[in-house]
Design a protein around this ligand. Structure first.
Ligand code: FRU
Length: 503
């Protein structure tokens, strides 16, 4: 396209122009996936929040549409959700799309509002009775409403982030909401400033007779690798209260990278549960090296529950529709790895876009993995550290890692509780690091790695998404070689494939 920038991804969704953060109002209707998103149409930094809009038939090819909900006198249009009103509960017609968002301003605070669409989500009319919900206790952080149909009660439910809790409400007409309960204080990583909830029910190990509720909680700041990340809690819901299976101190992560946030799911997708992350981190989201636009979404992921050592975890795997990106495949011979083995070059799609698949059997090795390298000496190290029991993605030498030439970072100002305060910084490098996940989530002797490489991102899915890890990288030339290595013992690399990806 004409406004191509160097780091614009080949196959990930980005806004054509302007700033993007959270995915909003995700809903499937009449063959279309609607991706609304936190959007600044006037510039490539956070501000003037609207709901931008893109649609797709396959979760991969996106068509950009005009912003759907614009900022107004109640303030910014913050994050939220959409539902298909199958029973005409709100009175705007059967199957109207109803959007719920937070209006945010200094004057009115954070209040929940509603808008409806009768033209398949292209345009929305704001409800004249807005707001539909204000905090009963004057809470400052009260936002990101997620609405869902709860079958046993035959009612609509809303879950809203309320500082260190998530609050539940229910309603029959989508306009009047009754408070039920709250959950969260002290749970998971601390301090737990909750944002962007989702609440979904999934079968455990595919068994529809064993259903569990999962609360998705996006937390900022204070996550293990710094800044923002996505946590989840598994438990039960009785229509009034959520009870978590675990102690307060347990944190479970939907993704073990540093660039996975504000992840929520589509509504109205039947048996599938599909989530869309925003692929950035509030620590440096405003300082990534693009100009006309900023931020991409990570690949849509299908969520499911699995059991490991008596604990229930949520897997997040790239949706199967990503196979439509494959434009060719190179199969490589199995490697008996004694020390090092280099494949140079690998055949990728345009601008280095590819998907790497392999099975690694570490055997007695302490460390086995590979560096994904380019011609500039930049690399991303992806390896299994068997002593520590970790899969690691290290981007310290991945290319541009010092985002501070752009002069700013976004921080949580504890005094004013503004979690998007912009500071000029001298030198704080929140970007150059490795992220890791525990291999104890997997079963085994061998690990299947499915790795998506795009112009400025790497997403790893281990063993069908038992581990997901998403990180931005800014190489100054596309990665085009693989340098395998093992330390402390021989290892096997089998079923090695490089898929060339493009839209
Ligand atoms: C999360 C978030 C939301 C808020 C939105 C504002 O990234 O802080 O809580 O609604 O971004 O853009």
């Amino acid at each position: 396209t004409t406004n191509r920038e160097y780091y614009r991804p080949v196959y990930h969704h980005t806004p054509l122009y302007g700033w993007m953060n959270d995915a909003n109002g995700l809903v499937y209707k009449d063959g279309e996936y609607h991706l609304y998103f936190q959007y600044n149409p006037y510039g490539s930094k956070w501000g003037n929040m609207h709901w931008g809009h893109s649609v797709s038939k396959d979760l991969i090819h996106w068509e950009h549409l005009a912003p759907a909900i614009a900022r107004d006198t109640l303030g910014h249009i913050f994050s939220g959700s959409s539902v298909v009103d199958h029973n005409n509960s709100a009175g705007y017609g059967k199957d109207a799309l109803i959007a719920f968002y937070t209006s945010a301003s200094d004057e009115h605070g954070q209040i929940q509002c509603m808008a409806y669409s009768t033209d398949n989500g292209r345009t929305y009319t704001k409800y004249e009775g807005n707001p539909i919900l204000t905090p009963f206790d004057g809470l400052k952080d009260f936002r990101d409403p997620k609405v869902f149909w709860y079958e046993p009660a035959q009612k609509w439910y809303m879950i809203v982030s309320a500082d260190k809790n998530m609050r539940f409400y229910n309603s029959t007409d989508l306009k009047h909401w009754e408070y039920l309960s709250q959950f969260g204080e002290g749970y998971g990583v601390q301090p737990n400033q909750f944002e962007c909830p989702d609440f979904i029910q999934l079968p455990v190990d595919g068994d529809k007779n064993h259903m569990k509720w999962v609360m998705i909680v996006n937390v900022n700041p204070g996550c293990p690798f710094g800044g923002s990340a996505t946590e989840y809690f598994v438990g039960d819901f009785d229509g009034k209260e959520f009870k978590c299976d675990n102690d307060k101190s347990v944190s479970k992560w939907l993704d073990f990278g540093k660039d996975h946030y504000a992840t929520v799911c589509f509504s109205n997708t039947g048996d599938r549960t599909i989530a869309v992350p925003w692929m950035s981190n509030w620590q440096y989201a405003n300082a990534t090296p693009t100009r006309q636009y900023r931020s991409a979404n990570a690949l849509p992921r299908e969520l499911s529950l699995y059991t490991k050592d008596g604990e229930i975890y949520m897997a997040a795997n790239a949706v199967k529709e990503t196979q439509g990106l494959r434009k060719g495949t190179t199969e490589l011979n199995n490697i008996d790895l004694k020390d090092e083995y280099t494949v140079n070059p690998i055949t990728t799609g345009p601008e280095g876009a590819c998907e790497l698949e392999m099975d690694i059997t570490p055997g007695k090795a302490d460390t086995v993995g590979f560096a994904l390298c380019n011609d500039k000496g930049e690399k991303v190290d992806i390896y299994l550290d068997m002593k520590a029991g970790r899969v690691v993605m290290d981007r310290t030498q991945s290319g541009i890692t010092d985002l501070t030439p752009y002069g700013e970072m976004t921080v949580h100002d504890k005094e004013t509780d503004d979690h998007r305060k912009t500071l000029s910084v001298n030198y704080v490098n929140d970007f150059a690091l490795g992220t890791w996940a525990p291999l104890s989530l997997c079963n085994g002797k061998s690990y299947h790695l499915d790795i998506f490489v795009d112009k400025c991102s790497i997403e790893i899915f281990v063993d069908g998404g038992r581990i997901a890890m998403t990180n931005l990288v800014f190489p100054t030339a596309p990665y085009n070689a693989l340098r395998f290595y093992t330390r402390g013992g021989e290892a096997q690399v089998e079923n090695l494939k490089v898929h060339q990806l493009s839209l």
